[in-house]
Write a protein that binds this ligand. Structure first.
Ligand SMILES: [Zn+2]
Ligand SMILES: [Zn+2]
Length: 98
C-alpha cells in the first residue's frame, strides 16, 4: 500500500495492536494499524508507533488532516505513558539519540 519499503515486519506486534475499532473515532476498522512514523522514515513495528485507524481517519493521517501529535496522544493514553515518552521511544527506535 502506501508503505513501499521492504523490511522485516514484526507481525506479532502488528497483530497485538490490531483492533476492530478505530482508536480515534471508534468506527469499525479492519485494516492493518497505521505507522505514526512511516516505515520509510524509519518508524518501527512497536506499540508506540502503531495505531488502529478506520479507513477515513487513516486517510486523514496520511494527508495531514490528523497530526502525528494527535495520534501520539492516543497512543500515550493506551500505553499509560506521556506523549513525550511516546515521542522519545519512537525517536530511539528510529535510531536517533533523542
Ligand atoms: Zn476513525
Ligand atoms: Zn498508514
Amino acid at each position: 500500500m502506501l508503505e513501499k519499503h521492504s523490511r522485516i515486519v514484526n507481525k506479532k506486534m502488528i497483530e497485538a495492536i490490531r483492533k476492530q475499532k478505530c482508536e480515534l473515532c471508534g468506527a469499525p476498522a479492519y485494516a492493518q494499524p497505521h505507522h505514526i512514523n512511516t516505515v520509510g522514515s524509519g518508524g518501527g513495528d512497536i506499540p508506540e508507533n502503531l495505531i488502529q485507524l478506520c479507513a477515513d481517519c487513516h486517510m486523514g493521517a496520511h494527508d495531514g488532516r490528523i497530526s502525528k501529535k494527535e495520534l501520539m496522544k492516543i497512543v500515550a493514553k493506551r500505553e499509560g505513558i506521556s506523549p513525550t515518552e511516546v515521542y522519545r521511544i519512537n525517536r530511539r527506535a528510529m535510531g536517533y539519540d533523542v
